[in-house]
Design a binder for this molecule. Structure first.
Ligand SMILES: NC(=O)c1ccc[n+]([C@@H]2O[C@H](COP(=O)([O-])OP(=O)(O)OC[C@H]3O[C@@H](n4cnc5c(N)ncnc54)[C@H](OP(=O)(O)O)[C@@H]3O)[C@@H](O)[C@H]2O)c1
Length: 345
């Protein structure tokens, strides 16, 4: 079985991603398990150019529910990956306020199980976290060891997950920010859809962050793995520049050719109350990751151009827009609404 030393008759989820050429140098970290493989980051990881000889095992929620402690242990024991990337998460920021238990089960307790199972087979763990562990009250860019103070249940559950992963001496915990991609449900796809159908969009203009393309983050993870994960601990990995949700929407519409037709109404967070509070300024600096791994993500406008072009080619309709409630994108909670009724995805 190319890229793997298991019985080639054994069916497993990574089959269609298996590289064929294993004659070249085989990297030490060659068997990679991706949890949450259907999410924005998970899909982007699966689609990366992996080093020759890498054996990628994508596990979707259907294949492995990470909240099932025994299943996690058995799965990891069975496939004995060298690296486990936990891209699975419960990413609904407002949902977490209503159901903090769900957020805690997926974002915290499951990470305890994954860390234990990874340690049992000597696998390295890469775990993802969020800028929403900060309260946004600092003036300036957050660094890794700045004081955390999550404002909501989602951020608290993710912070607990960070600490669980960091129980392993050599885990790599990557905080990212405002993820989007050409698949899944996210701010970019929703704004494009609304921009094509509504004359006025009200978008929050007093929350600032680093819009990050999931495939840029995935590429950074591959860089770290190629480097043998030689630096571990906590790092920020996000776009190197920032925007407000409204600035982000402005550029999304411009690239989609609808900016001239849509009136963008800049509103404040206070004008649009939601279940969860969000940090006003959650810009995270990725300088430490750049110093450690020699890799910086592209500026967000450049990546957005690329994702926009992908969407031009492939756009399938995002989830239906419902009338009547708040809106939340990609789990981090960009907030927007039309001039008419509020919208939600
Ligand atoms: N999205 C953002 O804006 C953002 C911002 C900062 C940080 N992050 C962090 O970045 C990471 C990746 O986020 P993302 O945007 O790629 O998330 P996403 O698109 O929401 O994907 C998360 C994936 O996790 C899966 N999942 C949920 N519960 C699960 C369970 N019990 N067992 C197994 N899989 C489960 C989901 O499965 P289904 O497809 O079946 O639902 C989904 O495929 C997460 O750690 C997130 O907290 C995200």
């Amino acid at each position: 079985m190319a890229g793997d030393d298991r019985d080639s008759t054994t069916e497993h989820p990574g089959d269609r991603y298996r590289p064929t050429d294993v004659s070249a140098d085989r990297p030490a970290l060659d068997r990679i398990l991706i949890l949450g493989a259907k999410g924005q980051l998970g899909s982007a990881l699966v689609n990366q150019e992996w080093p020759v000889g890498t054996f990628v095992l994508p596990a979707t929620r259907d294949q492995l529910d990470i909240t099932d402690h025994g299943a996690v242990r058995t799965y990891i024991q069975r496939w004995r990956p060298k690296v486990v990337i936990n891209a699975a998460a419960s990413t609904s920021v407002d949902g977490a306020e209503a159901q903090p238990d769900v957020a805690n089960r997926v974002n915290h307790r499951a990470v305890v199980s994954i860390a234990e199972a990874a340690a049992a087979v000597d696998a390295r763990l890469i775990h993802l976290s969020t800028d929403y562990v900060f309260d946004g009250a600092a003036s300036g860019w957050y660094r890794e060891h700045d004081q955390v103070n999550p404002l909501g249940a989602y951020g608290r559950s993710k912070r607990a997950g960070e600490l669980a992963a960091l129980q392993l001496d050599d885990a790599l915990v990557l905080r990212t920010s405002w993820l989007y991609s050409s698949t899944g449900s996210n701010f970019v796809r929703t704004i494009r859809k609304l921009g094509r159908s509504r004359p006025v969009l009200q978008v929050v203009d007093d929350q600032r962050g680093c819009p990050t393309a999931a495939d840029d983050l995935a590429a950074a993870i591959v860089v770290a793995i190629r480097a043998g994960l030689r630096h571990n601990g906590l790092f920020h990995v996000a776009a190197p520049d920032d925007a407000t949700w409204c600035e982000f929407a402005d550029e999304i519409l411009r690239l989609d050719g609808t900016r001239d037709r849509v009136e963008l109404d800049r509103i404040t967070t206070g004008q649009y109350p939601l279940a969860a509070r969000r940090p006003a300024d959650s810009r995270i600096s990725s300088d430490a990751f750049a110093a450690a791994y020699g890799h910086t993500l592209p500026p967000w406008r450049e990546s957005l151009r690329r994702v926009s072009r992908q969407l031009d080619r492939t756009d399938s309709p995002p989830p239906p827009v419902r009338i009547g409630v708040g809106i939340e994108f990609g789990g981090t909670g960009a907030v927007t609404r039309t001039a008419g009724p509020l919208v939600d995805r």
